[in-house]
Design a protein around this ligand. Structure first.
Ligand SMILES: *Cc1c(COP(=O)(O)O)cnc(C)c1O
Length: 390
């Protein structure tokens, strides 16, 4: 039997070993805590929409967990990133550096802010933005004038950089933060996938001016749909809260709005789910670490490369990830595992290949292209019966 066929067979049996028989999703939500109780409380209180105590409670939980001073809840991660870009000062026709290896939401948010994405390469080991590629791109294409960074050929301002911690593996964010501050570029971390992931002792999202999270149904924890902006800077948090609440000036009965705002505030119902999920987060992270250890044991005996967090960083193990030897092995793997009820998934099509972004500026994307053909995610949910019963 060929190596890849053995790998596929053992992946299927390992998945069934961890999750039992029947269809195995890639990542499913788990509601075994106070979700029902808080939802009912919410309904009984009549506060189900964008005003209510659960929103503030959930924001405090996230601020406390990430050790940041402020957190602002939003309807989803995309809107969190959109508003984060606006409050940091990204304006129409700016360029924003990001990675081609990301979910579409990153680039959608950049586009809503009117910015042009510019794609730099990722590192093969972290799957996240490469500080070296970032520096090379800037040296070749950018100049600093009056403390701001400009693209020498397009003349546009390069106002921000949005790296993403892919599948929860922290990228080399300290190096990226240093480069950004040297060049006068704002740093916003897309932590949609990295709640519970750390570089050193610091939570991802705390290395630049703002971080954003997503609580979509497939993420580490969920509010149904939801997002969060977190930051240490009070003025940014205030601006974010203002913009997400239709830019209404607080008043007991008058409606005055001082700029175009958004209806992006997270409803209390969703926050109620989030409060219950946050109570289980440490436990969820522990169980997911055990699952990751199991997958690592399997793949360490094979030619497949399992992605592990870099030295000095901790991953949340949101999605376990392997890198296969070739595109044909990858296709074979995807086809057979999915046909056997074990959901596995390839990397996203690179953003730089999508119609909307195919004319955007790119650095050299060698690693991104290489990974696009080889990366696969394997099932990573918390298995049934592992969370302590309440
Ligand atoms: C999930 C996700 C988002 C935000 O998505 P929403 O569905 O809007 O919450 C943003 N960036 C990345 C990388 C994501 O995976």
């Amino acid at each position: 039997m060929k190596n890849i066929d053995r790998l596929i067979m053992e992946t299927i049996s390992e998945a069934k070993g961890i999750y039992g028989d029947g269809f195995i999703p890639l990542h499913r939500p788990i509601f075994e805590g106070n979700e029902r109780k808080y939802l009912v409380e919410c309904i009984d209180s009549n506060f189900v929409s964008s005003v209510g105590i659960k929103v503030e409670e959930f924001e405090s939980q996230i601020a406390e967990f990430t050790k940041t001073k402020y957190a602002v809840a939003t309807v989803n991660g995309t809107s969190a990133l959109h508003v984060a870009l606006e409050v940091i000062g990204v304006v129409r026709d700016d360029e924003v550096l990001t990675q081609a290896v990301t979910f579409i939401a990153t680039c959608n948010a950049l586009s809503y802010a009117g910015a042009y994405p510019v794609f730099v390469d990722v590192d093969k080991d972290t799957l996240g933005m490469s500080p070296k590629a970032l520096e090379i791109f800037l040296q070749a294409n950018a100049e600093k004038r009056n403390g701001a960074c400009y693209n020498k050929s397009t003349k546009r301002r390069i106002s921000a950089c949005v790296p993403m911690h892919t599948f929860g593996f922290p990228c080399q964010i300290e190096e990226i933060a240093n480069i950004c501050s040297e060049w006068g570029i704002a740093l916003i971390e897309d932590c949609a996938e990295s709640l519970g992931s750390y570089c050193g002792k610091s939570h991802t999202g705390t290395f630049g001016q703002l971080g954003i999270l997503s609580f979509n149904g497939n993420k580490l924890i969920t509010t149904g749909g939801g997002g969060m902006i977190f930051t240490d800077r009070e003025e940014l948090a205030k601006r974010a809260k203002h913009k997400t609440t239709t830019s209404k000036i607080p008043h007991p009965y008058k409606f005055v709005h001082d700029e175009i705002g958004y209806n992006y505030r997270m409803p209390n119902l969703n926050a109620a789910l989030g409060c219950a999920q946050m109570e289980r987060l440490p436990e969820i992270l522990n169980i997911k670490r055990d699952v990751a250890v199991q997958w690592k044991k399997l793949y360490d005996g094979h030619s497949a490369n399992i992605v592990v967090p870099g030295a000095n960083s901790i991953a949340n193990n949101w999605l376990n990830t392997i890198i296969l030897d070739s595109k044909s092995d990858r296709d074979n793997f995807l086809e057979k595992t999915n046909a056997n009820g074990v959901m596995t998934r390839p990397l996203w099509t690179l953003m730089s290949k999508l119609d909307m972004f195919k004319n955007c500026l790119c650095g050299d994307l060698t690693n991104s292209l290489w990974l696009e053909d080889r990366v696969v995610n394997v099932p990573s949910s918390v298995p049934d019966g592992k969370l302590k019963k309440f």
